[in-house]
Design a protein around this ligand. Structure first.
Ligand code: FE2
Length: 180
């Protein structure tokens, strides 16, 4: 859910065009967190449409907003497209993921709209393959007897917030077990 993994995990797709130095990552709420990053000009459909979008101004025109709604919904909003991942755990070592997305109407009348749509679908498929590779490797590492917890980067604030949410739920569950 954080953008810290973008430059390495997504080096083949969106990693190079996401500017982490411009990331804004406020503290999350009880059931969500969000942060924003700015994208460069490389991917046109991630930016506000140059002529049809007069609603967004300044940095908003290149801003991507990443939302995590606990426990298992992640939504990425850009001025040109959105996509979501809906995570359904199948046990400790498996998760079923449903994903989808769509494009802004601003791009629908462009002569190359269909090409953009195909490019977006291909991009999201590729990003998901990258995420799968990274998360499976991280999970294998975490399961190792040699694994020890490390510090989180300040760029991993969403992970910290989610961990706090999980801890609160676990504590609440223990309280209910104790009361039963
Ligand atoms: Fe990712």
């Amino acid at each position: 859910m954080e953008s810290y993994h973008l430059p390495v995990c997504h080096a083949g797709t969106i990693g190079g065009l996401s500017r982490l130095e411009d990331m804004i990552c406020p503290p999350g709420g009880a059931a969500y967190n969000y942060h924003t990053i700015l994208k460069d000009d490389t991917l046109r459909i991630a930016l506000a449409h140059p002529t049809r979008n007069d609603r967004l101004h300044g940095d908003e025109r290149r801003m991507t907003i990443l939302l995590a709604l606990y426990p298992g919904l992640m939504i990425t909003l850009t001025p040109g497209y959105f996509w979501y991942l809906s995570l359904h755990p199948r046990g400790p070592g498996q998760v079923h993921i449903r994903f989808g997305g769509g494009m802004s109407d601003d791009f629908a009348d462009d002569p190359d709209a269909q090409d953009n749509f195909v490019a977006l679908k291909t991009l999201l498929d590729d990003v998901n393959v990258e995420d799968r590779g990274c998360t499976e490797k991280v999970y294998r590492g975490l399961c190792s007897d040699m694994a020890t917890p490390g510090h989180l980067s300040h760029l991993e604030r969403p992970n910290y917030d989610f961990a706090q949410y999980l801890m609160a739920k676990i504590d609440a569950g223990r309280g209910e077990q104790g009361a039963a």
